[in-house]
Write a protein that binds this ligand. Structure first.
Ligand SMILES: *[C@@H]1O[C@H](CO)[C@@H](O)[C@H](O)[C@H]1NC(C)=O
Ligand SMILES: *[C@@H]1O[C@H](CO)[C@@H](O)[C@H](O)[C@H]1NC(C)=O
Ligand SMILES: *[C@@H]1O[C@H](CO)[C@@H](O)[C@H](O)[C@H]1NC(C)=O
Ligand SMILES: *[C@@H]1O[C@H](CO)[C@@H](O)[C@H](O)[C@H]1NC(C)=O
Ligand SMILES: *[C@@H]1O[C@H](CO)[C@@H](O)[C@H](O)[C@H]1NC(C)=O
Ligand SMILES: *[C@@H]1O[C@H](CO)[C@@H](O)[C@H](O)[C@H]1NC(C)=O
Ligand SMILES: *[C@@H]1O[C@H](CO)[C@@H](O)[C@H](O)[C@H]1NC(C)=O
Length: 497
C-alpha cells in the first residue's frame, strides 16, 4: 500500500498554534506588498502518482490535455517514497508532458510510513529537475514542493546544494550559486506558519488548509497567516471543491464542508492574489476532491483501502472544471479587482455547472462518517450538519440570466446568491432540496429565451447498501450562442450545445 494514500495531514489543533494579531492592518499591508511581487502566477493541480499504476502514455496524455484545456499550468506530482511503479510513471509522465508542452513538478509525500531519505531526494531531483517539462519559478529554478515532511526540514539546504552541483543547472538564471537548483516551497501545514517559515532553505510556503471547520464558511484567516510570515515570498494557496473520505484501512471516515466551497475559494484567490494556486486535487479519489476524470483502472484505492462501498464510481466531477479557464485568466489578468476589470474581455462560452449529493442526509445510514475529524483535534458533528441538503450551481455569464431548478418535476424559479460586479463573470447560488426526490434539471434563460440546461442524476431515497454517499455528483452544460446578450458576440449563431 502506498504511503501517499494516507495523505491527509494531521492538523495541529488551531488553539496550539501561535496566532497573529491585527488582521485588518495585515490585510492592508498584504495588498500593497503583493501588487509588487507576483511576477509569475501559475495554477497547479495536485496529482496522485499512486493512482497511475495502470496508466499508459496515452492515459497520461489524456489527463494532461484535459488539464491544459482547463488552463492548468502543471501537475504537482504527489509521490510517496518507495512506490514500486513510480519510476515508470515518472518516465511516462515526463515523456507525455514534453510532447504536449505541459509542465510537472514534484510534491514529495512524507506522510504515512514513507519518509523520503535525503539521498533518494537528491537522486530524483537530479534526474528530473533539468528536464524541459519540469516547472520553473520565474528565476529559472525548478520548483519543488512537499506534502508534509517537516521532520526532514534540515535535509533541504544540502539537497539544494548537492542537486545544484550535480545538475550544474544551466537553465537556472539565478546567480545564487549556493542554492541554484531548487525553488523550495514545502507544505508543512501541520507545524504552522511560524515554524515552517523559520527554516532557512525555504523559498516560499504552501498550506493544505483548504477546507473550513464544521459549519463555517471557508475564510482566508489561515492563508493570511501564511502570507504574513512569507513577507512577499511566494505562497501556494490551496483550493479544493470537496472533502469526503471513507477508507477503513487508513482509519479515515469524515467530511468537511464542500457545498459553496469551489465558488467561495476562487473568489478568495482573486482577493488574496497569491503567486501560486494549487487545486486539491486532480485525482485523489479516496478523499473525493478530484476535478479530473474518472479514469478506468485508477480508482482501485477504494477497494484496496477498505471503502465500505464505491463512493466514486458514477460520480463525475468534470463539471467543476467548466469555469476554470475564465477564473484562471482573471486571476492572471492583474493583481487587484481594479487591474483586472475589463481585461478578460468577452467570455468565449457561457457555462453552467451544478453539484449536489444524490440523497438527503437523513434518508440512509450515515456510515459512521463524522462531520470534522477527530485526528485533527476537531469537535465531531453529524455529517448532515456540515453538508447541506442543497443543489448548488455556478454559471459563467456575459450578463445576468434567470435560473430555474427542477427536482423530480417540481420546477421552481431560483436565485443567485452571488453576482459578479459589472454583471459579467461567475454567478453562484443554491436551493434547498427539501424533501424532493427525482431528476435534477437546472435551466438558464435570458429574456425568456433558452440559454442552457443541465439534466442531472436523480436524488433518491435509497443508497448503495443503505449508506449515504457524501461525495458530490457534478454536471455541466454550455450555453447556446444565439441567446448571448445583444452586442455580446452573437457571431456563432446557430452553434448549439
Ligand atoms: C536544462 O539543462 C539540462 C542540462 O543541464 C538539459 O538537459 C535540459 O534540456 C535543459 N532544459 C531546458 C529547458 O533548457
Ligand atoms: C560541488 O562540486 C565541487 C566540484 O565538483 C566540489 O568541490 C564541491 O564540494 C561540491 N559541493 C557540494 C555542496 O556538493
Ligand atoms: C475562519 O474559519 C475558521 C474555521 O474554518 C474559524 O475557526 C475562524 O474563526 C474563522 N475566522 C474568521 C475571521 O471568521
Ligand atoms: C489497476 O488494475 C488492477 C486490475 O484491474 C486493480 O486491481 C488495481 O486496483 C488498479 N490500480 C489502481 C491504482 O486503481
Ligand atoms: C463540461 O465541462 C467539461 C470540462 O470543462 C467540458 O469538457 C465539457 O465539454 C462540458 N460539457 C458540457 C455539456 O458542457
Ligand atoms: C437505512 O438507514 C436508515 C437511517 O439509519 C434507517 O432508518 C433505515 O431503516 C435503513 N433502511 C434499511 C432498508 O436498512
Ligand atoms: C422548467 O421551466 C423552464 C422554464 O419554463 C423550462 O425551460 C424547463 O425545461 C423546465 N424544466 C423541466 C425539467 O421541465
Amino acid at each position: 500500500m502506498s504511503p501517499s494514500q494516507t495523505s491527509t495531514w494531521t492538523r495541529t489543533p488551531t488553539w496550539i498554534r501561535p496566532r497573529l494579531q491585527s488582521l485588518p492592518l495585515l490585510a492592508l499591508l498584504l495588498s500593497s506588498l503583493f501588487s509588487q511581487c507576483s511576477q509569475s502566477k501559475a495554477v497547479f493541480a495536485h496529482f496522485m502518482v499512486a493512482n497511475t499504476k495502470n496508466y499508459t502514455l496515452a492515459t497520461w496524455k489524456t489527463d494532461m490535455q484535459l488539464a491544459q484545456a482547463s488552463s492548468i499550468d502543471a501537475f504537482a506530482l504527489n509521490a510517496g517514497y518507495g512506490m514500486p511503479h513510480t519510476a515508470r510513471a515518472l518516465r511516462d509522465a515526463f515523456a507525455a508532458a514534453e510532447e504536449l508542452n505541459f509542465k510537472l513538478l514534484f510534491s514529495l509525500d512524507y506522510s504515512g510510513d514513507g519518509h523520503w531519505p535525503k539521498d533518494r531526494v537528491v537522486d530524483i531531483l537530479t534526474e528530473y529537475t533539468p528536464r524541459e517539462a519540469y516547472y520553473r519559478h520565474s528565476d529559472g529554478r525548478a520548483l519543488v514542493t512537499t506534502f508534509e515532511g517537516f521532520q526532514a526540514a534540515g535535509d533541504w539546504s544540502d539537497i539544494k546544494k548537492t542537486v545544484h552541483n550535480r545538475t550544474a543547472n544551466a537553465n537556472a538564471t539565478t546567480d545564487d550559486g549556493e542554492a541554484g537548483c531548487c525553488f523550495f516551497i514545502p507544505d508543512w501545514t501541520s507545524v504552522g506558519p511560524r515554524r515552517a517559515g523559520g527554516i532557512e532553505a525555504v523559498d516560499g510556503l504552501m498550506s493544505w488548509d483548504a477546507w473550513p471547520e464544521g459549519t463555517h464558511m471557508m475564510n482566508t484567516t489561515e492563508d493570511e497567516e501564511w502570507m504574513s510570515v512569507l513577507d512577499g515570498r511566494p505562497y501556494i494557496m490551496p483550493v479544493s471543491p470537496w472533502f469526503y473520505t471513507n477508507l477503513k484501512r487508513f482509519d479515515k471516515n469524515w467530511v468537511w464542508r464542500g457545498d459553496d466551497l469551489w465558488y467561495d475559494r476562487w473568489e478568495q484567490v482573486l482577493e488574496l492574489n497569491p503567486e501560486y494556486v494549487e487545486i486539491l486535487t486532480w485525482n485523489d479519489y479516496g478523499e473525493s476532491h478530484y476535478i479530473g476524470p474518472l479514469v478506468e483502472g485508477a480508482t482501485g484505492i477504494l477497494g484496496e483501502a477498505g471503502a465500505p462501498f464505491d463512493y466514486v464510481g458514477g460520480m463525475p466531477h468534470d463539471g467543476w472544471r467548466a469555469t476554470l479557464p475564465y477564473l484562471i485568466a482573471l486571476y492572471k489578468a492583474g493583481d487587484s479587482v481594479e487591474e483586472r476589470e475589463g481585461v478578460v474581455g468577452e467570455i468565449e462560452e457561457e457555462v453552467l455547472s451544478v453539484w449536489y449529493r444524490l440523497s438527503h442526509a437523513n434518508s440512509c445510514a450515515d456510515g459512521k462518517t463524522t462531520g470534522n475529524s477527530e485526528n485533527q483535534g476537531q469537535t465531531l458533528m453529524e455529517p448532515g450538519e456540515v453538508l447541506e441538503d442543497k443543489v448548488f450551481y455556478s454559471a459563467l455569464l456575459e450578463a445576468s440570466a434567470d435560473v430555474r431548478v427542477s427536482i423530480g418535476g417540481d420546477n421552481r424559479s431560483a436565485e443567485w446568491t452571488d453576482v459578479p460586479s459589472g454583471g459579467q463573470g461567475v454567478y453562484h447560488g443554491s436551493v434547498e432540496m427539501g424533501q424532493r426526490t427525482g431528476e435534477v434539471v437546472v435551466t438558464l434563460e435570458r429574456d425568456g429565451a433558452f440559454l442552457a440546461q443541465m439534466e442531472g442524476k436523480s436524488i433518491e431515497k435509497e443508497c448503495p447498501g443503505n449508506l449515504t454517499n457524501w461525495n458530490a455528483w457534478v454536471g455541466n452544460a454550455t450555453g447556446v450562442r444565439q441567446n448571448r446578450p445583444s452586442g455580446g458576440g452573437g457571431g456563432g449563431a446557430g452553434e448549439d450545445v
